[in-house]
Design a protein around this ligand. Structure first.
Ligand SMILES: [Zn+2]
Ligand SMILES: [Zn+2]
Length: 274
């Protein structure tokens, strides 16, 4: 009987999986699409001096980023489906009545998830670089030496599983409202796209600010793609600082990019476009 009801529910589960995967891909397409349209077309000339690497990747490379991201959306969607199962089985602490924990807790849970993700990401990413059998999975993401926003989900399927795995773990540990998870999903993805933007968008004084310098810049992750070693962190610079893994030229590279002068329009037009 039990087995029969599982078999009976398969079509619904597949539909839910496709629906959740579509949400993941649409999130990617909209957020990466907006940043790509603005920086690679609308402001391409005006902001060329902020292009971290003063060259553009080939369009073939960008299509590869999109192709890998498509498969990642299916895996992220599957893990989101697993969370709905875990919730049905009563394993997670997900709650739907917002008033049972209130606004202050919702804010706390968002910040807690940010810290959990940041620590999880640093060590997962560090392991992907340091442990030999994992390096070949992470190599897909590092095919982009000069990343664009489309690289934000360009992972090997095994890395996609590892990238999203902190969410099912976090919902076992702390109560989360689905709205907090959804807002976090958008926030986190915008930060991810900025990391792969290829343009430095922070003001000149960012790394001189006592608090904001702890928030990673686009230059930070761009250097990770270009050089391969160092700069493993995601949102914050805490773990790279503690572990001494910041690239030794991070600050000087950031200064070099933000202090460049705007380039004359006719000189830029030869350089841009994929
Ligand atoms: Zn890496
Ligand atoms: Zn990356």
């Amino acid at each position: 009987m039990e087995l029969f009801s599982i078999i009976e529910s398969i079509p619904t589960q597949i539909l839910t999986w496709m629906g959740l995967s579509t949400i993941m891909f649409v999130r990617y397409a909209i957020i990466a699409g907006i940043f790509f349209s603005l920086f690679y077309y609308a402001f391409a000339t005006k902001k060329y001096h902020r292009k971290i690497q003063q060259k553009y990747p080939k369009s073939k490379k960008i299509w590869e980023e999109v192709k890998h991201s498509f498969w990642t959306a299916l895996i992220f969607g599957f893990l989101a489906l697993v969370i709905t199962w875990m919730t049905d089985w009563g394993w997670t602490k997900v709650y739907t009545d917002f008033s049972s924990f209130g606004w202050a807790y919702a804010g706390f849970s968002f910040v807690a998830l940010l810290m959990i993700h940041d620590t999880y990401f640093y060590w997962m990413h560090y392991a992907m670089h340091k442990i030999k059998p994992l390096q070949k999975f992470h190599a897909i993401h590092h095919k982009s030496h000069n990343p664009t926003p489309w690289a934000a989900m360009a992972f090997h399927p095994m890395e996609s599983l590892a990238e999203f795995a902190f969410v099912p773990i976090a919902v076992l540990l702390l109560p989360f409202h689905p709205a907090v998870l959804a807002i976090f999903g958008v926030f986190s993805f915008v930060f991810n796209v900025i990391g792969h933007l290829g343009f430095e968008i922070y003001p000149k004084w960012w790394l001189k600010h006592p608090v904001l310098k702890w928030v990673n810049s686009s230059t930070h992750h761009n250097m990770h793609h270009k050089n391969g070693n160092g700069n493993f962190g995601f949102y914050f610079n805490f773990w790279d600082t503690i572990m001494g893994t910041n690239h030794k030229h991070y600050e000087s590279k950031f200064d070099e990019v933000v202090n460049r002068r705007a380039v004359a329009k006719d000189r830029v037009e030869d350089a841009i476009l994929v």
